[in-house]
Design a protein. Structure first.
Length: 82
């Protein structure tokens, strides 16, 4: 499964979902907290850079295997699990 990169545009931690804008300029992609890669935090923040695999969900494109590659807390490094 090929991966791509993008930026989190919106994520609601209480509801557990949000959207990612792909770097290729395509339509925003749905992301659910269950798609966050094992060992990752279970939330995302707008503006964080992520890598993800695209798959087809019930209502369109969705992100899978999401990994933070640039967090807002430390822009020079990916977010590391505690």
């Amino acid at each position: 499964m090929a991966t791509t990169t993008g930026t989190v545009t919106w994520f609601d931690c209480d509801r557990g979902y949000g959207f990612i804008a792909p770097d290729d300029g395509g339509a925003e992609v749905f992301v659910h907290y269950t798609a966050l890669a094992a060992g990752s935090f279970k939330n995302l923040a707008p503006g964080e850079r992520v890598s993800f695999a695209l798959s087809q969900g019930q209502r369109g494109a969705q992100a899978d295997l999401v990994r933070v590659i640039e967090s807002l807390e430390n822009p020079s490094e990916g977010l590391q699990p505690a």
